[in-house]
Design a protein around this ligand. Structure first.
Ligand SMILES: Cc1ncc(COP(=O)(O)O)c(C=O)c1O
Length: 417
């Protein structure tokens, strides 16, 4: 175990600021003038002072802490879920059919032994994932959800240069509010049909592009890139910069095995893939995600995360069981497709267009302000999310059970009439 890992696991009161962050902070300060030393002082991060929390240190890195405001969102979501009038929670792309009975059984069976650290079962989970993708176990890194690994990847990139991303993608709207704390990013507009503009991105990759974030299928659009096109992009660009492919929704794609960029990893390319069980497996509250990549990239990534230590024994055992449960996965895909079809038909019948989605949510342009719709829908007991881009307001609705989609139809009809 490295000194760095040891200090994460066994924090000493003497360690005023974690050495990992000191090193990260100082390398960024040395290399870049976007994070002026005055920012550290203003944030109470002057060396030698008492320890700020991990979260407040990382939030100084701006967008790197893509979850800086997630805590607030979670509190709001908890209130929302508990609200007496809630009929359908269609705002966080969760899977209402999960977790599977087999996953719940594994949790129950593992719980009595949960006083033990999760070593053995997390090793089994890692091996299960490696076998499933045809890679070696040292090409798999576990995390408590893919968020942990996404943050770690961005922190790793920040020590080297800019992160390129689409103007509208999962992390594009999560910039730090504080201009001076923003990490350098390069945002590239989507094409007219709301695809990633891979050609434009490829031409803009420079020596200071440390990472290119490609969310495929993309959130919030639900649009997926043709896999051959993304593979050629990885062929061309990965020798210059790490391509980070966020495959949170790839399980809903027509051919998940071949639509995934895992082949690029098998070819030895500088590609990092993030996957989550929060969607198809219904594990959003159980927190399991993983990264696939070259062993040396994952070794570096471990410096910025727990290296799998945050994964609980109960969730790991549930994940192993859920991967084996093909019938459950097929049921989720079938039910999602049925509910999505109902949603498409609803929107068409109401004269609304939508972006055909390869994920468990659909984005469609709306005719009133996003926040107004969100509030009206909430008053009817249905939560949805709104976006504004491409000079339009948009609503993103997660796919729920048929009853939830009917509740959406009723609430939406009232909200827009
Ligand atoms: C594109 C994308 N990536 C990553 C995540 C994070 O997922 P989790 O941390 O639950 O694994 C989400 C969650 O909704 C997402 O939409």
């Amino acid at each position: 175990m490295s000194r760095c890992q040891a200090s994460i696991l066994f924090p000493s009161r003497k360690e005023i600021i974690h050495p990992l962050h000191l090193r990260l902070m100082s390398s960024i300060i040395n290399r870049r003038d976007w994070l002026k030393s005055g920012l550290l002082a203003s944030a109470g991060l002057t060396f030698g002072q008492s320890a700020p929390s991990y979260a407040s240190q990382t939030s100084q890195l701006g967008i790197i802490n893509v979850y800086a405001e997630r805590e607030m969102e979670l509190a709001k979501e908890a209130m929302l879920a508990a609200a007496p009038q809630i009929k359908a929670r269609l705002s966080s792309n969760e899977n209402p059919w999960g977790p599977s009975a087999s996953a719940i059984k594994a949790i129950t069976e593992t719980a009595p032994k949960a006083f033990l650290y999760a070593g053995a079962i997390t090793m089994e989970l890692r091996k299960t994932i490696a076998d499933m993708h045809g890679v070696a176990p040292d090409q798999v890194l576990l995390g408590a959800g893919s968020s942990e690994l996404l943050m770690a990847s961005l922190m790793m990139a920040a020590t080297k240069g800019k992160v390129m991303m689409a103007e509208t993608c999962y992390i594009s709207g999560r910039d730090a509010r504080d201009e001076s704390a923003k990490m350098p990013t390069e945002k590239v507009a989507l094409t007219k049909d709301y695809q990633y503009d891979l050609d434009a991105m490829a031409t803009r990759v420079g020596s200071d592009t440390a990472m290119i974030y490609v969310c495929n299928p993309n959130n919030p659009t639900g649009v997926m890139l043709p896999s051959a096109k993304l593979k050629s992009f990885c062929d061309a660009v990965s020798p210059k910069s790490t391509v980070l492919v966020d495959e949170a929704y790839i399980d809903y794609a027509p051919n998940p095995a071949t639509d995934s960029m895992v082949d690029c990893i098998k070819k030895g390319q500088n590609v990092l893939i993030l996957r989550t069980l929060s969607k198809l497996h219904g594990f959003a509250g159980l927190r399991i995600g993983y990264a696939l990549g070259q062993p040396e990239i994952l070794k570096e990534l471990r410096k910025y995360c727990s290296g799998g230590f945050t994964v609980s024994a109960t969730s790991a055992a549930a994940a192993v069981a859920s991967f084996k449960d093909k019938a459950f996965q097929e049921m989720v895909i079938k039910n999602t497709a049925e509910s999505k079809k109902f949603l498409y038909e609803t929107l068409k019948s109401m004269d609304y267009t939508y972006l055909p989605s390869d994920a468990n949510f659909v984005l469609f342009p709306i005719k009133i302000k996003g926040q107004m719709l969100v509030q009206k829908m909430m008053a009817e007991g249905v939560s949805v999310r709104s976006w504004a881009f491409d000079q339009q307001n948009w609503c993103r609705v997660s796919i729920g059970t048929m009853d939830e989609m009917k509740a959406f139809k009723e609430a939406f009809t009232k909200s827009v009439s």
